[in-house]
Design a binder for this molecule. Structure first.
Ligand code: EPZ
Length: 421
């Protein structure tokens, strides 16, 4: 568990790690390549280790040296992904597109739901079927095959009912080796999608329009080796900017791309902080009196759902009433009860949280309910009176690299201790 003594001002700079949600899909994307790939700026996270386990179970050879990951997916078996590991990592489903595109067949367990929602994969499967795959789901296992002599996916016109990040990534990867042209309309536009497209283009793929709501992919016969660096993690960067705002501390965050953080910066400014872009991917946060504001989570470039919990912690300390509406995931407000334990004044109404700012929160023992909720509880603990104990760190370690040391270097009083039975 983490022990946090609140109300210590922060100062200095924090360097942001590579993006979890990009590194995971780029690792799956390397399955498209019959040669070796090198990924740089890969964070050390539980989710990355799990994706490595899944790739290894398929026969991929992996070597991680610091933040450099060497991947050799020459000789692999597309039907070998084991349930016990796949069930622990939703992102494992990213392997479906590349394996089907390269081998014309794949067998992989359905990822199933998680703490924040049902997380169906219907849009992924509908898109693959539009490209000519026959998909059977039996006893929780997805069997997908492409008939025909060369077992090759066919280019198709695909319209997504919802701009799903995962579905866009699956279909983009599948289309890189398909026969002919694929268009994905109402595509997701997240920076991680652009990073994936750039990674595939660097391997020889033909992709146009990534980062817009229409992506066009012209299939090629094969891809080649690549040496590619993952983008910085915009959600980690946003989390540290909120750490500065909630402790009224002036800090800088480096390796943070301002263009990826437009909605986050806009809301921090609406709340009363100033963000200075110091160039070279370095952002300075100047704290201010915290004012209430309303937030609605939306697909990019709307406000990211992965920053919702952290901003809820911040708005607990603001002057006035705020409304946060979570529209992307159906079960992502469970941190409310833990913040209330610390004295927050929050009322829930469906997927809306009505937050009335209070002068202070009190440290308390709290339980993380999912990855971003764990970050929100740490932030609340940094600003609360007294000591906060955060449990459920298996959530935190999935997506934050060494967060307590990074915070300690900024001056926070935070310690990871083992609970004695
Ligand atoms: C990615 O999840 C991220 N995960 C999530 O980050 C992030 O919250 C999410 O995108 C939205 O930005 C990774 O990249 C590994 P979606 P993904 O498909 O791809 C529904 C974090 O904290 N949907 O855009 O699963 C779905 O149920 C994690 O780092 C369908 O209905 O997100 C959800 O309500 C959490 N049918 C909504 O769309 C489908 O076939 C958004 O999901 C697919 C999705």
């Amino acid at each position: 568990m983490l022990e946090i003594w609140g109300r210590n001002p922060l100062q200095g700079n924090v360097k942001i790690s590579g993006a979890k949600n990009s590194a995971l899909v780029l690792m799956a994307g390397s399955l498209l390549c019959p040669k070796d790939c090198r990924l740089r700026n890969v964070p050390s996270l539980v989710d990355i280790s799990r994706m490595s386990q899944i790739l290894t179970s398929l026969g991929v050879k992996l070597t991680k040296n610091g933040d450099v990951l060497d991947i050799d997916a020459r000789d692999i078996n597309p039907t070998a992904a084991p349930y016990d590991i796949v069930s622990q990592l939703r992102a494992s489903f990213f392997a479906v597109g590349p394996l089907l595109a390269r081998f014309g067949t794949v067998k992989i367990p359905l990822p199933g739901g998680c703490d924040i929602g049902a997380r169906p994969v219907k849009l992924h499967i509908q898109g693959l079927q539009a490209m000519g795959a026959s998909v059977l789901i039996e006893s929780g296992i997805v069997h997908a095959d492409v008939k025909g002599s060369n077992r090759r996916l066919q280019g198709a016109k695909i319209y997504l009912d919802y701009p799903s990040v995962g579905a866009t990534e699956t279909l983009l990867m599948a289309a890189t080796l398909a026969e002919g042209e694929t268009t994905i309309e109402n595509a997701a536009q997240e920076p991680e999608i652009v990073d994936l497209a750039n990674f595939c283009i660097a391997m020889g793929a033909k992709i146009y329009g990534a980062g817009t709501n229409k992506i066009t992919i012209v299939g090629v016969d094969r891809l080649h080796s690549v040496d590619y660096a993952v983008i910085p993690d915009r959600i980690e960067a946003g989390t540290f900017l909120v750490a500065g705002a909630i402790t009224h501390s002036e800090i800088t965050v480096s390796s943070a791309i301002a263009d990826h953080l437009v909605p986050v910066i806009a809301k921090l400014e609406a709340i009363g902080c100033r963000i200075i872009n110091e160039g070279e991917n370095c952002l300075r946060l100047i704290p201010g009196e915290l004012k209430a504001t309303d937030i609605e989570t939306l697909p990019y470039p709307g406000f990211p759902t992965d920053m919702q919990a952290q901003f809820m912690a911040l708005l607990c300390f603001s002057e006035g009433n705020s409304v946060i509406s979570e529209t992307v995931f159906e079960n992502r407000l469970r941190h409310v009860a833990e913040l209330q334990r610390m004295g927050a004044n929050i009322r829930l109404k469906g997927n809306h949280a009505l937050i009335q700012g209070v002068p202070f929160l009190s440290g308390a023992p709290v339980m993380s309910t999912d990855l971003r909720a764990s970050a929100a509880l740490i932030l609340a603990g940094l600003a609360a009176q007294g000591k906060t104990i955060v449990r459920g760190l298996h959530h935190l370690d999935r997506g934050y690299e060494d967060i307590e040391n990074k915070l300690r270097k900024l001056g926070a009083r935070i310690e990871r201790v083992t609970e004695s039975n």
